[in-house]
Design a protein around this ligand. Structure first.
Ligand SMILES: [Fe+2]
Length: 196
């Protein structure tokens, strides 16, 4: 069974396709390209070191299999129990237990196909998201009305979106929306990420 445990590694040397998120200092990869702070990718058959690498082995299937969806539904918490808003009642939406590593808080979310998260604007933290499996998108809105959508950032496994907050930690109205069944990693930070 696939294990989505979140912890820091100091080295990637996997043969299996893995999402690697660099939560530490910039790394020069073996091909001399840079994997910066809070940048991520999908890697196999290469080796590199970092001080804070989050590595999620996913294997060759980039979509959420029925088996993985079943695991998320049985082990994780229905989001309606965490955030009891009507939109989430009976939704195919689950969240893992929270992992804190140093300053950062990590959660994994499972979204059913085509499922939108809630449209929101307020956070008392700086956030970003990394797509682990499936396909989805971050969406920005002019106001709290889905007809005012003005930017879509499509995400596939290994991709982390650019920050949505400004220098005052203000966010536009935004949400995540799954396209296929998705597993998304959220990261919350007490300060702006990525590092300048
Ligand atoms: Fe958000």
């Amino acid at each position: 069974m696939m294990d989505f445990g979140i912890s820091y590694s100091k080295k990637f040397d996997g043969e299996n396709l893995s999402v690697v998120l660099n939560c530490g200092d910039s790394i020069v990869l073996p091909d001399n390209t840079i994997l910066g702070n809070f940048q991520s990718g999908l890697y196999r058959n290469t080796e590199f070191k970092g001080d804070k690498l989050v590595i999620v082995k996913i294997g060759e299937n980039l979509e959420v299999s029925d088996k993985v969806a079943g695991m998320c539904r049985s082990r994780w918490t229905p989001v309606y129990e965490l955030f009891p808003i009507e939109q989430f009642r009976n939704a195919d939406l689950y969240r893992s237990s929270t992992v804190k590593l140093g300053d950062f808080t990590f959660n994994l979310w499972y979204f059913g196909e085509h499922l939108p998260g809630s449209l929101h604007k307020e956070h008392d933290f700086y956030e970003t998201h990394t797509q682990i499996l499936g396909r989805g998108e971050m969406q920005k809105f002019h106001k709290e009305d889905e007809r005012t959508l003005y930017e879509r950032t499509l995400l596939s496994p290994g991709q982390t979106h650019r920050p949505f907050f400004d220098s005052h930690r203000s966010y536009p109205c935004h949400r995540y929306r799954a396209i296929s069944k998705s597993i998304l990693l959220s990261i919350e930070s007490p300060y702006s990420i990525p590092k300048e």
